[in-house]
Design a protein around this ligand. Structure first.
Ligand code: ASP
Length: 306
């Protein structure tokens, strides 16, 4: 099979490919990988700040033996010398670059890069649009916990509208057959998000007893002008805290893509909760990124494939 070129959102993967990438991430967790990207010239182009995603792409690339260069906006001629992104990527291609990992504050920007670049492009987050590798690591973490996800109820809580993580993760959960419950006020969660398999709740208290997993989100204040309600009202209705943790069912877990804001979407008791899976998600992010990079570059026929 011919390798896929790029990953802009989860829709770029067929059902079989999605499962393949998730299964293979488990192999990377269990065994030391062969240098499957040996010498593949790779550039990470991050136009927006990132801690987890940037670092874990770097580790994933290095563990697979890629040659890696990191570029931030201030390093590039397009910032000050009028070079377009299209000309920038042509320049990188001329140096033999085959793989670009791109983050940008504008939705659609990574797609533009993919159209201009004759190689593989991975979306590391574009505006409020999509963050497919975060979705993959969320799905992977949930599968490790529960096995098959069909029939499981996953609640995603908070600022859905401005969250690229939510957009990609909702699509992934839906494809794997989970019941998705979105929780938030109208401003962060317009009614149009409801669809078969995806329901809406306006109060966190209403979903605590039924959720197998709760995915908390940061309020993406950088993406809108004014909070629709006071922080006090938000936390009263949507913060996961000790009292609410006590109402979760016994095997329920709590996840967060990070960065989390203590005192807003969660309080410190969540960080000590036995079902808090944040560190697991972060660790899984490296395996999942190894898996998707290997899949894009080598296809399913890569040397260590099952
Ligand atoms: N780190 C995630 C992202 O880049 C989530 C967040 O920023 O809240 O979208």
């Amino acid at each position: 099979m011919r390798a896929r070129r790029s990953l802009i959102d989860l829709g770029d993967l067929s059902g079989g490919e999605l499962n393949y990438v998730l299964d293979r991430a488990a192999d990377f967790e269990d065994t030391e990988p062969a240098p499957l990207l040996r010498g593949v010239a790779t550039v990470n182009l991050f136009f927006e700040q990132s801690t987890r995603t940037f670092t874990s792409f770097n580790f994933a690339e290095l563990r697979l033996g890629a040659h890696v260069v990191n570029l931030a906006p201030g390093d590039m001629s397009l910032a000050t010398k009028g070079e377009t992104i299209e000309d920038t990527v042509l320049t990188l291609a001329a140096m033999g670059v085959r793989l670009l990992v791109v983050r940008h504050p504008e939705a659609g920007y990574v797609q533009r890069v993919a159209q201009a670049f004759d190689g593989h492009v991975v979306n590391a987050g574009d505006g409020a649009h999509a963050h497919p590798t975060q979705a993959l690591l969320d799905l992977f973490t949930l599968r490790e916990e529960f096995g098959a996800l069909d029939g499981r109820t996953i609640a995603i809580v908070g600022d859905i509208l401005h969250s690229r993580v939510a957009h990609s993760t909702i699509a992934g959960l839906h494809r794997l057959g989970a019941n998705v419950v979105l929780v938030g006020p109208e401003f962060f969660l317009p009614s149009e998000y409801a669809q078969p398999g995806v329901t809406i709740a306006r109060e966190l208290d209403a979903v605590l007893g039924e959720a197998d997993a709760i995915v908390l989100l940061r309020i993406q204040r950088e993406r809108f002008a004014a909070m629709p309600m006071s922080d006090a009202e938000y936390t009263a209705r949507y913060q996961l805290n000790g009292a609410r943790l006590a109402r979760l069912h016994e095997r329920a877990i709590v996840m967060h893509p990070g960065p989390y804001n203590r005192g807003m979407e969660l309080d410190d008791s969540v960080l000590e909760f036995a079902g808090w899976r944040y560190a697991k998600q972060v660790r899984n992010g490296v395996y999942v990124r190894m898996s998707i990079l290997d899949f894009l570059v080598n296809g399913e026929a890569s040397p260590n494939a099952r």
